[in-house]
Design a protein around this ligand. Sequence first.
Ligand SMILES: [Zn+2]
Length: 433
Amino acid sequence: MAGQGEGARPRVGPAWLAKYIVWLYRSTMTTTIPLLHDNHNHVSLYAAFSSCIDISRSAPDAALALLRGLPEDRLSVVRGWKSFELPMTSEELSSLPPIILINFSLHGFVVSDSGVPFLETTVPEVASMRNDQAWCEANVPPIFAAYCGLAGLDAKKLGEYIDRMLPLGIGSSDEMTVPTIQALDVCSSSPYDKRLNYWVAPALYEKMDIARRGLVSGIKLFLDGAVGSRSAAIEGPWIGPGKAMFTYADDVLLAILRRAGAYGTGLSAHAIGELAIEQALSAIEVAVREGARFRTIRLEHVQYIDVNQARRAKDLGIVLSMQPNFTSDSIDYTDRLTESYLKRNNPFRMLIDEVGFEPGRDMLFGSDGMPDGIAYAATQALFPAYPSQRLSLDELVAGYGTAKGVSGTVTLDIDDTERRVSVSGTSPVRLAP
Ligand SMILES: [Zn+2]
């Protein structure tokens, strides 16, 4: 240790003693849960991203230094950008090497000036529309396809990504937006196929042959933006800039549901803000009344669902697919959300206790890969910012459900003093025959 001379003895002072006493009396509980299924992740996209630089865990200064040092002769795809920690000015973007910087939420990206020509040659439409936020929010699936193409996906990257989730407590996942037909083929022809459920955008579903359509769980729509890109469809007001973004006009959404309702497949819709949830419920009510049928109907995220909307969703037999991970939006986004929205986020107690949603039956949990694994979700479930967001460990486990195609157990350390859950082990892992 620097500055400590030969033969120096550790000093046992009052501060050290106090720390020791806290450590001695810390209350850590260890418990075992099954290996889980993540009901909402973007497996092929994150697998493709595994070869990219991830700045989500870097301090802003370190991230900026890293970006400045990237190669000048090629485009670097960088993920995990948190705009609230590292705002990008036009001066900054003009001085950086060629990069595409993808928002942590996957909604929103920026390109450095020197990166634009690289993007123009590979994904010209995305390049030309990059500064049109409304276009970007309305075209998430083609943007995911562009990310996947820029980063590259193959069977090796896919397998490595899924294997890396095992020690984090996750054995299988719903892949919520398979970006391209090639990505579906990579996934479905791999040994990991049994551990994945596939969802695709309506445009991709239309392009798929009958055999491929038979592989997917359903059609996934994006109805609004995200809090991370200040574009979730909340009434507001936002603190600072922010705008409710909708992918579809009401009549266009209804037309999509009418068409999708004849395919005999499932439906899933990303809807974060209460305005997007309202749009989803109204369109689903009409489409179902008219005869549209879906194997299952899921609403993803629904962070700002209110009690009346929850009752309507329950009456329609809708499954709420939510992310305990996003409970921490109530802490991370004090720069953009008012107290009322910080408090309304992820109202699990209302949904379960008042409206009767049941984790594992009509309430599912997933990570959205932000971050992967069960530890962060468990931390947010057991130690949330607001009591209305709390989930018991049993509810959390039921909402994730046990892994498919693989089984095992996961040991969790629950530290009441630090208010944190960590995974201390996963074993034994057995693949299904
Ligand atoms: Zn997602």
